[in-house]
Design a protein around this ligand. Structure first.
Ligand code: ZN
Length: 282
């Protein structure tokens, strides 16, 4: 079978196998060209390459376990409690967090250094978890990268489609730079705040996170904001939500000391050269 014919058949196969999916956050049907199983396959295939592009994982099992435990605590009460989630702290100095389809979430050292409490970390991870549970990244892949991405990167009917290292790296960079719509970002902010509160975290952490990003962006452009709306409005609506939605914040966790001893005290000293991803900040 010729390559072209095989791609055409795979393409038709994808069109008939997928099409619509219900967003659990809104309860509405959305156009989706990637199935849930393909989500998992995208994550599984590209996570190692993305980890590499982000400078590799921070070599500290205690720190990784801590990030993972905060993430898992939120993931278990999300709309997809049975999905497998993976949380990884990576060496890159840029201030960023990335969610891949299939439950892979990366947080950079540059971001971790700027946070001061576990509740702020919970807010960041909850935001990224919503991008996955609502399948925002799957929709963005269909929209921004096209089905050619799926055809290039995934196997179908058990057949691996060959891919050279250069293509894999280029596709991984595209995944890192995926942009979501303003509606999706608001969904991630708002549902993320609900997630963190249900998981036992003080929602002020989400407002503080936005405030930190806004302050930081005045000093130096923040990479996270190159793919996200300005924090100004987000601070306003998140603050309003804290005031009106939750009757009591008593007993909700902030975790300043825990974050310091589990993360800030253990971050490695040598900064990773950020040049491989400089183009993303342009
Ligand atoms: Zn986002």
């Amino acid at each position: 079978m010729t390559g072209k014919l095989r791609l055409l058949i795979l393409s038709l196969d994808l069109c008939f196998c997928t099409g619509c999916a219900v967003n659990p956050i809104t309860g509405e049907e959305e156009l989706m060209f990637i199935s849930e199983n393909q989500d998992i396959e995208v994550g599984r295939k590209y996570a190692p390459e993305i980890e590499k592009q982000l400078g590799g994982r921070i070599d500290n099992p205690g720190l990784q376990n801590y990030i993972d435990s905060v993430g898992q605590r939120i993931a278990r009460i999300s709309h997809r409690p049975n999905w497998e989630f993976h949380f990884t702290a990576v060496e890159h100095k840029m201030v960023n967090a990335i969610a891949l389809p299939g439950g892979y979430i990366f947080v950079t050292k540059g971001m971790l250094e700027k946070l001061t409490t576990e509740a702020q970390l919970a807010a960041l991870l909850a935001h990224e978890i919503v991008h996955i549970t609502a399948r925002h990244s799957s929709a963005a892949i269909s929209r921004q990268m096209g089905l050619s991405f799926v055809l290039l990167g995934l196997s179908a009917a058990g057949t691996e489609i060959p891919q050279d290292a250069g293509t894999a790296a280029a596709l991984a960079l595209q995944l890192i730079g995926l942009k979501y719509s303003r509606v999706q970002e608001r969904q991630a902010d708002v549902a993320g705040m609900d997630y963190m509160v249900v998981a036992g975290y003080n929602p002020h952490g989400a407002v503080e996170l936005m405030q930190m990003l806004e302050d930081q962006d005045k000093v130096e452009p923040v990479e996270f904001l190159s793919t996200h709306p300005s924090p100004k409005n987000r601070i306003i609506y998140l603050n309003a939500r804290v005031q009106t939605r939750y009757s009591s914040l008593e007993g909700l966790r902030i975790g300043k000391n825990a974050y310091r001893s589990a993360v800030l005290d253990h971050l490695p000293d040598d900064p990773f050269d950020k040049s491989p991803l400089d183009h993303l900040t342009n």
